[in-house]
Design a protein around this ligand. Sequence first.
Ligand code: 13P
Length: 252
Amino acid sequence: MAHARRPLIAGNWKMHKTVAQTRAFIAELLAAALPEEIDVVIAPPFTALEAAHDALGESPVFLGAQTMHEGAQGPFTGEISPVMLIELGVTYVILGHSERRLQFGESDASINNKVRSAIAHGITPVVAVGETEAEHAAGVARVRVVSQTVAAFAGVTAADAGRCVVAYEPIWAIGTGLVDSPEGANAVIGEIRACVAGLENARLLYGGSMKGENAAALMAQPNIDGGLVGGASLTVPGFLAIVEAARARANA
Ligand code: 13P
């Protein structure tokens, strides 16, 4: 039986790839046969979105942005609005990534503003939550991610929340090779699913050192509908290995 929540694999390229590199990646990706049973998203830097949109053409791969401002336009030097993203074919936006929270001062309140704006503009938020290494060691991971999730979805209806995506990314697992255990990630994601009305229907992802070698075991867990992938999404073979693992979940 096909899974009710369609698996989703999203590549977060972070500050990687020029326009030329983006075009080369997409040409290589589209030469592969992508599974029809899952959704695939790539999130290049802002500067490569237009080229990515052009190169993706009519392919089923969705385009994501890595953050956005909540306003439609205004005096916000350096910021990018949802209206600008929609014009470039963007349908997903990563919001609240730990790198944005920790290095660029994004608060729970500003992430909530962005989530509500994305929904209002018809862009699907991929809300990232996760605990630090110290919080993990102190045993407060679940409390931390539940509080981030509740804050991100304040004022969002259950119906809208159900169409959103949340990615659990333990910060100690990002870019470290220290992947969370499938059971541990499943338990935390289960708490995320239960803490906001509507998230029982949402796609909930794991992120943090996801690779071809560990993706299938993670996505075999009942609560893990896919992955938000950093480093392994930067090469087509690395990304495809995870996409193939998600196909197995779709057909489970
Ligand atoms: P890595 O897959 O490189 O650990 O990054 C995860 C991440 O932060 C995706 O948003």
